[in-house]
Design a protein around this ligand. Structure first.
Ligand SMILES: [Zn+2]
Ligand SMILES: [Zn+2]
Length: 253
């Protein structure tokens, strides 16, 4: 966030369109015009996964998820301006965008879980080196400031999973299987040393504490489901998740 002197000397620009931010928006990173291009995901939706309700029958998107993963919500659809925002956050180094993306996420329907802590979905070691930061961790930190909740870096991605974009749901699930482990907090294990990550135990007092996974994009939920499986193995009972955006799914039926 720019300090007062910088704000006087350099009028702030929208990180997406480079338009000047008005004085009222000087502490934001995205202008109102760009923010209005983000189309909110709205109910009616599947109560569990937040996907718009199918016309007939039950929701198939979340049918195979682990029982631990109770509720997932996304702020906006991944299209147009929101796609540009995610791209800028991930690939253009504009980590400060996380503040305004988290502002959009903070309205997601995850109320009533006041004791929950936030857990970013980790990047694999190669991606993290390449990007220099984990965009999901930035989102979690920004959301944690808004929701006044702590952020715990509990998961590690033990291998890079490659791009998921062109895969069917079944292939996505196979692609991320076993990708996450819980961090051994006692030994302070870092990303990239998977052999030391398996001994983590959630303190028994925290087993009933809900965790909220934070990620930038929801496509089929396979990544969140796999992260929830790793937490389930560590003894966690309740996992929720919130993402900034949700892909408009192709019809795989
Ligand atoms: Zn703008
Ligand atoms: Zn569902």
């Amino acid at each position: 966030m720019p300090n007062a002197l910088e704000q006087l000397l350099l009028p702030a620009e929208c990180l997406l369109c480079r338009g000047l931010l008005s004085f009222a928006d000087a502490d934001r990173t995205v202008c109102p015009v760009c923010r209005h291009r983000w189309r909110p995901v709205l109910p009616p939706w599947c109560e569990r996964c937040g996907q718009p309700e199918p016309l007939f029958g039950g929701c198939r998107l979340c049918a195979d998820w682990p029982a631990t993963l109770r509720r997932v919500r996304s702020a906006v659809w991944l299209e147009g301006g929101a796609r540009e925002a995610v791209h800028a956050l991930k690939y253009a180094g504009r980590a400060r965008l996380a503040d305004d993306l988290a502002a959009a996420m903070s309205g997601a329907m995850l109320r009533g879980w006041d004791d929950a802590v936030l857990v970013p979905v980790p990047l694999g070691p190669a991606r993290l080196r390449q990007r220099g930061y984990n965009q999901s961790e930035r989102l979690a930190q920004a959301l944690g400031r808004r929701w006044k909740r702590s952020v715990v870096d509990l998961l590690v991605r033990v291998r890079d999973t490659g791009t998921q974009t062109a895969l069917t749901p079944a292939a996505r699930r196979a692609n991320v299987a076993g990708a996450f482990e819980t961090r051994n907090v006692e030994r302070g294990t870092r990303n990239g040393r998977p052999g030391e990550c398996s001994a983590f135990r959630v303190p028994s007092s925290a087993l009933e504490q809900p965790l909220i996974l934070v990620d930038d994009v929801f496509t089929t939920g396979s990544t969140l489901a796999e992260a929830a499986r790793a937490l389930e193995r560590a003894g966690v009972i309740t996992v929720l998740a919130v993402t900034f955006s949700r892909a408009v799914l192709p019809d795989f039926s």
